[in-house]
Design a protein around this ligand. Structure first.
Ligand code: SF4
Ligand code: FE
Length: 499
């Protein structure tokens, strides 16, 4: 089934029992709450994409699991073409929202569980596979909005889950019953969590045998008893409550939140990993690479918004043709397209992890993508601010421009070239400010899908230094015989590829 954006909004409007808090107050209807409404609109864009002319083909896919067309955000990738379509769709949706549209984490969680439970089944344990396929059918038939919840609050960072002074610092199983399990703990920085139908929970790190109670994956509707969501603040978020139409642009936004599981009951048919700690390492690796690949699409899409706003702002003051501006713009394009190219490479070079599919990205290029994303957006924003000028940090508010007493003066002094009115300049300045200094383009680019150090660990695991050394030794005539593998890249298989 394909839901329209309106149907999605209607669906979460009726969700009365979810316990969601924003700035100290309980929110019963996220669709009308001024703080969360921009997030709902960004989520909605992922549903609308399946019906809009330009995105229709990218946003729809045929699901062999229900023999129907589904929204790509609940699709299981069937080949490199699907992985490429993901990156392209994400780039375009950033153009339409100007923010993170939040639905990819749940999507990556589905594809991860498809592979991990498939691997479990190949090893003879098919029960999780059966449950997961039923759950997938449930999600695809209803076109659900999912959040993926991975990052635990983690307590003392140097201690393993089972060694923590707070035993709930990582989500864990506290009780096993005939009909299911009871879980406790909390997950932090969960993208879009207040605007979803359901949450898919995954372990956040590789576990050891002592941590078995923490090796758990499951899905619950957001309004399950015991689930509490506390939404976090973001830069410029209070502007949403001002009632203006310039200072707060873009009118879509994302949110991240803390989700607390306070003795939450999960029936067995929604449990996809239970105390089997050996699968946690591959699960984390598979999920992280999926999400790192996606960033090449969504962040380059935001980069386009910033490059566009910067170019138009250069026009407002008549410097768009100056060589130093052209040089900086070219640099921005190079940085932006590098992130996208890496995301596409990670997709085209994807491979099958299961006998019957289970398409995964190339983990080296997915990690390269995310590492570029951890660096380049800051560079892009810096260049944008350089070209646009100090006004990005000092512009008067839209309410000044609307005040009859000073309106004429501001129109006169905010204007650059006579053809472009002051209000247009202010609109572009606000767009640039709100996107280029946003959590979505900066902080999330560093920490989302794993902090930069996590990618460096992967580079060291995946790069075959011995092979590179052998190549160097052969060319320096230290060694004369080299065993040449077919693949030209000196790369070692990842943990999941070895399974
Ligand atoms: Fe999707 Fe990008 Fe947001 Fe992640 S950061 S949920 S990939 S839009
Ligand atoms: Fe993210």
């Amino acid at each position: 089934m394909l839901r329209t954006g309106e149907q999605y909004v209607e669906g979460i409007r009726e969700r009365r029992h979810a316990k969601i808090y924003v700035m100290g107050k309980r929110v019963t209807d996220v669709t009308t709450n001024l703080f969360l409404k921009p997030s709902v609109l960004a989520f909605k864009a992922t549903f609308d994409a399946a019906f809009q002319e330009d995105t229709r083909d990218l946003a729809r896919a045929f699901s062999p699991f229900i023999n129907e067309e589904v929204n790509r955000f609940v699709h299981i990738h069937q080949g490199p073409q699907d992985l490429v379509a993901k990156v392209k769709l994400l780039r375009r949706l950033s153009h339409k929202t100007g923010t993170c549209f939040q639905r990819c984490v749940g999507w990556d969680a589905l594809n991860t569980l498809y592979i991990v439970t498939g691997k479990m089944a190949e090893r003879g344990d098919g029960v999780y596979r059966e449950r997961f396929l039923k759950y997938l059918e449930h999600v695809q038939r209803r076109d659900l909005a999912l959040a993926g919840a991975m990052t635990d609050v983690k307590g003392v960072r140097t201690l393993r889950p089972s060694e923590q002074p707070n035993p709930d610092a990582y989500v864990r199983v506290v009780e096993e019953r005939d009909d299911g399990i009871v879980v406790s703990g909390a997950k932090a920085n969960i993208t879009g969590v207040a605007a979803v139908d359901e949450v898919v929970v995954l372990p956040t790190r590789a576990m050891t045998e002592q941590d078995a109670a923490y090796a758990v994956s499951f899905a619950v509707p957001l309004d399950t008893p015991g689930v509490v969501v506390v939404v976090g603040r973001q830069i410029n978020d209070a502007r949403r409550m001002e009632g203006g139409d310039i200072d707060g642009v873009p009118y879509m936004a994302h949110h991240e939140g803390l989700i607390i599981f306070n003795n939450v009951f999960v029936p067995w048919d929604r449990v996809f990993m239970y105390k089997d700690w050996r699968w946690t390492g591959p699960l984390v690796e598979i999920f992280a690479s999926f999400h790192r690949q996606g960033y090449g699409g969504c962040k380059s899409g935001l980069g386009d918004v910033i490059i566009g706003a910067t170019y138009e702002l250069a026009k407002t003051i008549g410097v768009d043709n100056k060589p130093n501006v052209a040089d900086k713009l070219a640099e921005m394009v190079f940085l932006n397209e590098s992130m996208y190219s890496a995301g596409l490479a990670a997709s085209w070079e994807g491979s099958k992890l299961l006998k019957e599919g289970g398409w995964w990205v190339n983990p080296m290029y997915a990690n390269v993508t995310k590492h570029l994303v951890a660096r380049f957006p800051y560079e892009i924003s810096k260049l944008a601010h350089d070209i646009a000028g100090g006004i990005v940090g000092t512009a008067p508010s839209e309410f000044d421009l609307k005040n009859e007493e000073i309106k004429n003066l501001l129109e006169k002094y905010l204007q650059g070239v006579p053809e472009i009115p002051a209000e247009e300049r202010l609109r572009l300045v606000r767009l640039l400010e709100n996107v280029s200094v946003s959590v979505g383009f900066l902080i999330e680019s560093v920490h989302g899908a794993g902090s930069p150090a996590a990618q460096k660990i992967m580079f060291n695991r995946l790069y075959d230094y011995e092979k590179a050394g052998e190549i160097a030794k052969a060319l320096s005539r230290i060694k004369v015989t080299v065993k040449w593998p077919k693949a030209p890249e000196p790369r070692r298989p990842s943990e999941s590829e070895k399974l």
